[in-house]
Ligand binder design. Structure first.
Ligand code: PLP
Length: 408
């Protein structure tokens, strides 16, 4: 069946919400995307037919729960083209996944070792490395960002050195929508013996990712941004990369043997899944991955790109609006940040919410170094999903134009 965003909307009951009598225009997908009925049903089915704890139970229901949990792992492995399901670690989200790598790498690092990030990273990909800086004395180095809001890869040569141990970058920026050109990063890492971690939070909602083709060592993402429940995310790691990581959390399920005077740990991925995992959420994530993979990828990409163009053109026509990010459509996703002269982003977001039921995000987007780079306190951000339509974009443009008339 040909891709039709209007038909897709029927799968998302929440999109029928009316706010103050107005139809909702949900453009905050980069923060959290909505959930289709297929995913809600999969969670419901699991909770009503297979709810039990995993891995340790011997009764039939526990076996059913374990099978469902491990089936979700296999679906995610396929979504990422991982070599093995055991390369997929379930976490609480992107933040949990990156912390797991940072904390788990601590014992391999020494003072003076270097971690390379960029100026446009989400705090989730800055703070865990800062914590290592404070704890161990590793140095944090950042690739600069171009005026277009992209990581400046021309600076790779002077930023990545023989002391670099990790290059950790966003696959897609949650502020500018810029897509990272991964190949030169991997080449620089290989030349210096460093590992590469990609923060894929804003990339995986747009379709399957091939971690093997990317050639990276770790890949992190969150379920709630890709049409799955909250509280679940993934760290994918190459088998040998995961094997080198120490566990960051201890508890049930992650051990081989415990005595009072010694301990040995389970192999990955269980080594990193201490305690009862978010089981129904993992089942939901598996279903969400299946749901995204079944969309007509090229048609969805073309649709989102067209809407992004409509948004960029429309914003360019409103006096006082400045887009922070690529002005063109090449190597960018439908995440559009902008400022309106004389209006604080929070005021703008509240205004378009009140008057037009348009849901945007306003603020620093957990990217304060990037805001500093552009001399801004924050931006307003509209972000697209496949179910968005021309009507959503037009409501946004009408709202921003009206805000200029009323608030400036
Ligand atoms: N990285 C990026 C690029 C993001 O956009 C986000 C969330 O906005 C995160 C990391 C953090 O994700 P989570 O809060 O789900 O852990």
């Amino acid at each position: 069946m040909a891709f039709d965003p209007e038909q897709l909307r029927a799968e998302f009951p929440i999109l029928n919400t009316r706010l103050g009598g107005k139809a909702l225009h949900y453009l905050d997908n980069a923060a959290s995307a909505q959930i289709p009925v297929a995913v809600i049903d999969a969670v419901m089915r699991h909770e009503t037919a297979a709810r039990a704890n995993v891995s340790r139970g011997v009764h039939s229901l526990a076996e059913r729960a374990t099978e469902a949990y491990e089936a979700a792992r296999s679906i995610i492995a396929r979504y990422l083209n991982a070599a093995l399901p055991d390369e997929v670690v379930f976490t609480g989200g992107t933040t949990g996944a990156i912390n797991l790598v940072a904390q788990g790498s601590a014992s391999q690092l020494k003072p003076g070792d270097e971690i390379v990030i960029s100026e446009l990273e989400h705090h989730s990909n800055i703070v865990p490395w800062h914590m290592l800086r404070e704890r161990i004395g590793v140095a944090l180095r950042a690739l600069p960002v171009t005026d277009e809001g992209r990581v400046d890869l021309a600076a790779l040569d002077r930023t990545v050195t023989k002391r670099t141990r990790m290059i950790a970058l966003a696959h897609v920026s949650n502020v500018t929508g810029a897509v990272l050109d991964v190949a030169p990063v991997v080449a620089a890492a290989r030349a210096s013996g460093a590992q590469v971690l990609l923060d894929g939070a804003q990339a995986v909602p747009h379709g399957p990712v091939d971690v093997r083709a990317l050639g990276v060592d770790f890949y992190a993402f969150s379920g709630h941004k890709m049409f799955a429940p909250n509280g679940i995310g993934v760290l994918w790691g190459k088998r040998e990369a995961l094997a080198r990581l120490a566990p960051a959390f201890g508890g049930g399920g992650m051990i081989r043997e415990v005595a009072l005077d010694q301990i040995s740990y389970a192999d990955p991925p269980r080594r990193f899944e201490a305690g009862t995992p978010p089981i129904a959420q993992a089942v939901g994530l598996g279903e969400a991955a299946r749901w995204v993979a079944a969309l007509e990828r090229e048609a969805v990409a073309a649709h989102e790109l067209r809407l992004t163009g409509r948004m960029l053109d429309g914003l360019a026509d409103i006096r006082g609006v400045r887009v922070v990010g690529p002005q063109g459509l090449q190597a960018r996703r439908g995440v559009v940040s902008f400022t309106l002269d004389g209006v604080h982003p929070h005021d703008l977001c509240q205004f378009v919410d009140d008057r037009f039921a348009v849901a945007l995000r306003g603020g620093h987007h957990c990217a304060q170094p990037l805001m500093r780079r552009f001399g801004l306190a924050g931006t307003s951000r509209a972000s697209l999903a496949p179910y968005n339509t021309d009507a959503d974009v037009d409501a946004l443009l009408q709202g921003v134009a009206e805000a200029r008339r009323v608030l400036v």
